[in-house]
Design a protein around this ligand. Structure first.
Ligand code: CMC
Length: 423
């Protein structure tokens, strides 16, 4: 018998089935069976056939992908085969974004051209600006970002021509160029400040900070560029699978990122630190977490069960930032929380460690970014990951419109009772 198969015996009928095993390039990094192969497993002719039951897709591969590799047990994260530790140390954000999209690092000439193409599209149409002006003064910037990105779909109807690779590339550069501008405008709108136009003489991050409030460059965003099939990337693929344009698909991905269990966690970390209030109240808060009254935001991960490799890098950067900005009371609470949780049996046995959002939250706070802008700061660098996942999906002949099954638990067919009219 072929070794790359799986034998399944259905004990309800005694029937044995043999199904092929599909492996990735490196079988040790994960193999799967085609879920449809289970459909033949039936107890009778009118039986639908077996499915897998997997809420939250904890053990289901929705695609084959060559972009990002994660080994959660060993704390490994690689983009196109390169460890993020090396990329974070040696590459700029745009170099990494180029790598993610194209599969290889750029030559200096390719990088210069990539930067030019993106920066050319940083400007927003004046009507997009007007649309943003219509938001209430205290609108959450993430809501503004999600809505404005979706609205770009109406400005660029050519984005619907998904099969044209030249037009697809144009939308990718538009999205990359405009995300920081929308984010900066959302911030300035909330502050009641006039918008600052993009400056294509500046670097990608330099221009963003200039549009926000003229600051020197920060470089840690490489870590956020892609993260395989997480909740928002899965939404990008799911919404994109109905062949919608990339702007609304990106808006859907950003909406998923906004949630407190995903990219919104960095904002929640700060809200939690404020709720705790002072360092001496940390121990009580930990008791509430252990009693399952609240979750420790910025802790835990679906995939990383030993440590989050992004958190390891960003923690080092956090220390450098704090050397410059100095400590503050919220930071003291955060560090006390980290100290107690890392030594506590509950967190050790549940494999709960600080994730990237714990440290990004406290860095953004030390840098004086408003708390509600935190998820927006996550969405900008993640855009390249979303659009690369989206393009890979469009080019994958195996992909279909996303449409999961369900295990039905409702009534069997039953007759409608006599019609009752209420007057
Ligand atoms: N605080 C306290 N307990 C927790 C936490 C937490 N942050 N996370 C998980 N647990 C416990 C949970 O109560 C459960 O305990 P038990 O087995 O005794 O019932 C166990 O750990 C497993 O939890 P789960 O909810 O089944 O785990 P999951 O893989 O579905 O959830 C998670 C992953 C990230 C949603 C979750 O850890 C969480 O809610 N963390 C806080 C939010 C957060 O920081 N999110 C950012 C993730 S990193 C950025 C990104 O890539 O999105």
């Amino acid at each position: 018998m072929d070794k790359n198969t799986l034998s399944i015996t259905d004990n309800r009928t005694g029937t044995e089935y043999v199904v092929p095993i599909i492996a990735g390039t490196y079988p040790k990094y994960g193999a799967a069976i085609n879920a449809l192969a289970l459909r033949q497993i039936k107890v009778g002719e009118d039986d639908f056939g077996l499915m897998t039951y997997d809420p939250g897709f904890t053990n289901t591969a929705g695609c084959k992908s060559a972009i990002t590799f994660i080994d959660g047990d060993r704390g490994i994260l690689r983009y196109r085969g390169y460890p993020i530790e090396e990329l974070a140390e040696r590459c700029s954000y745009l170099e990494t974004a180029y790598l993610i999209l194209h599969g290889e690092l750029p030559t200096p000439a390719q990088l210069a051209d990539w930067q030019r193409q993106i920066m050319r599209h940083a400007l927003l149409h004046e009507n997009t600006k007007k649309l943003m002006e219509g938001f209430h003064h205290d609108a959450h910037p993430m809501g503004m970002l999600v809505s404005t990105v979706a609205a770009l779909s109406t400005f660029y109807p050519d984005a619907k021509k998904l099969s044209d690779p030249v037009l697809r590339r144009l939308q990718i550069c538009r999205l990359m160029g405009k995300m920081p501008t929308i984010a900066a405008y959302a911030y300035r709108h909330g502050m009641g400040l006039p918008y600052v136009y993009p400056d294509d003489e500046l670097s990608y991050t330099g221009n963003f900070l200039n549009m926000m409030f003229r600051r020197t460059e920060v470089k840690y965003r490489v870590l956020h560029a892609d993260h395989e099939q997480n909740c928002s990337a899965n939404d990008m693929r799911s919404v994109g699978s109905s062949q919608t344009d990339p702007y609304v698909a990106t808006a859907a991905a950003a909406a998923a990122l906004y949630g407190p269990l995903h990219g919104g966690a960095n904002e929640q970390v700060l809200r939690m630190l404020r709720e705790i209030g002072s360092k001496d109240k940390v121990a009580d808060y930990i008791k509430r977490v252990k009693a399952k009254e609240v979750r420790l935001m910025g802790f835990g991960h679906r995939i990383y069960k030993n440590y989050d490799p992004r958190a390891k890098i960003i923690k080092r950067i956090a220390d450098q930032v704090f050397e410059v900005t100095g400590r503050n009371p919220l930071l003291d609470i955060a560090l006390e929380l980290e100290r107690i949780a890392l030594a506590d049996d509950y967190f050790i046995s549940h494999k709960l460690y600080p994730n990237v959002d714990f440290y990004s939250g406290i860095i953004y706070q030390a840098l004086d970014f408003p708390v509600d802008l935190f998820p927006v700061l996550f969405a900008i660098p993640r855009t390249i990951g979303w659009i690369t996942q989206w393009e890979e999906m469009l080019n994958d002949p195996d992909q279909k419109i996303a449409r999961p099954q369900q295990v039905y638990t409702g009534h069997d067919c039953r007759p409608l009772p006599g019609i009752r009219r209420t007057v």
